[in-house]
Design a protein around this ligand. Structure first.
Ligand code: PLP
Length: 396
């Protein structure tokens, strides 16, 4: 029998979601079955409900779904709109495209403010599109706070300012799937009406629980929405004991979520979580910027004000395939990097730096990337890892 050679050691996960799950969450989630109507469980559930609202920074409404981020995307669309309603998608990359595709499939009329993926949206163009819509046909502006495919962050307060500047009453929807629990996000302060989130990134949980936080204004819009819906119907959910879930509640997630919230809100504190991501994100960028010497790989994002602190997309030099680097990292060193999505396939690989992550994990990942560049003969300036070390050593 021939044995398949597999690298030793735990899979080193540097993919931008799902992310590493801390052992304490794994243990918490490995809980025996409980009755979801049991008073102790309801107490734990309510604790999670309130705690997650603290992470989202909202005092308004919250609905959970047994499903990945796509479920929460769909719930946001079918609960807020009616067939043929017009929504405006702010183009950021693969994920804004996919949300728009879903809306079209659900019978909505999707208009897009286009952007070059490596430069990002012109906020004035968003305002101009809203000013031009004097009849207020546009019911919502949908944007992805952190575009996981490009490693770029969108300034949500600037989108809000564009809407306010146009005196437009549309709802503001923000996908926070790869930002929540890693980057600063403030639903109520920023005037977001629907924040869409998922379990498997900054919250450090397995994939399969998602949620939407909803403003009072959005709940009013829901009351006149006629898109067909049932499992995701907020009105039906509100009548249920957990104010979510028409069927069985996935209880194990809530044992995990309680521990996740303890880590984020009590043990580390959200401000420290955000600054840790900023520090580690900058270390990754320092390494990539160094490698870009000798015509090497470079940062895909060309606007430093839009760098994401939770994921970095690395653009390969002409004639080199990002998949080769990714495959070498995985097959030889057991490090999982993200690949390029849709039109970026083969052109970029992505380093995730979100969730349960520290300096040695980042430096290990960067070392493997540098080795994989060497092994594949990709031109670069060697010493990117040293650049990251020098930067991290200087931080308090
Ligand atoms: N939105 C963003 C920004 C994402 O990064 C992802 C997944 O990576 C999704 C939406 C889709 O979520 P899911 O894969 O959990 O369905």
């Amino acid at each position: 029998m021939t044995m398949k050679k597999k690298p030793r050691g735990r899979l080193f996960f540097a993919n931008p979601g799902p992310t590493n799950i801390p052992d304490s969450i794994l243990h918490a989630q490995a809980h025996f079955t409980v009755d979801f109507m049991d008073a102790d469980f309801i107490e734990l559930y309510n604790h999670c409900f309130d705690g997650l609202k603290k992470v989202i920074k909202t005092n308004q409404h919250l609905f959970f779904y047994a499903g990945s981020g796509h479920a929460a995307w769909e719930a946001s669309l079918v609960n807020l709109f009616s067939p043929k309603d017009r929504i405006l998608i702010v183009e950021t990359g693969h994920f804004s495209d996919k949300w728009g595709e879903m809306a079209t499939a659900l019978g909505l009329d999707v208009v897009t403010v286009a952007a070059e993926w490596n430069k990002g949206i012109d906020y004035a163009a968003v305002q101009a599109a809203l000013v031009a819509d004097s009849g207020h046909a546009i019911k919502a502006v949908c944007c992805v706070h952190n575009e996981t495919s490009t490693g770029m962050v969108l300034d949500i307060p600037r989108v809000r300012a564009a809407m306010d500047g146009a005196k437009h009453p549309a709802l503001l929807l923000a996908d926070t799937i790869s930002s929540l629990g890693s980057l600063d996000f403030r639903m109520d302060e920023w005037g977001v009406d629907c924040a869409v989130g998922g379990s498997q990134k900054g919250l450090m949980l397995p994939t399969g629980l998602s949620f939407t936080a909803i403003s009072d204004k959005a709940l009013k819009a829901h009351q006149v929405s006629t898109c067909p819906k049932h499992y995701f119907n907020w009105t039906v959910m509100l009548a249920r004991p957990h104010k979510s879930f028409l069927g069985t509640v996935p209880t194990s997630f809530f044992f995990g979520l309680k521990e996740s919230l303890r880590l984020l809100l009590e043990e580390e504190g959200m401000a420290n979580v955000v600054s840790r991501h900023a520090r580690l994100g900058e270390a990754v960028r320092r390494a990539v910027q160094h490698w870009s010497g000798n015509q090497g790989p470079r940062l895909f994002c060309t606007d430093p004000t839009r760098y994401s602190d939770s994921v970095t997309a690395v653009k390969m030099p002409e004639g080199f395939n990002a998949e080769d680097v990714r495959k070498t990292a995985l097959s030889r060193f057991n490090v999982s990097l993200g690949g390029g999505l849709s039109k970026l396939s083969g052109q970029v690989f992505r380093i995730g730096h979100m969730g349960d992550l520290n300096e040695p994990m980042i430096l290990g990942t960067l070392s493997v990337v540098e080795m994989a560049l060497k092994i594949n003969g990709v031109p670069h300036a060697s010493g990117g890892v040293d650049a990251a070390i020098s930067y991290l050593a200087e931080q308090g």
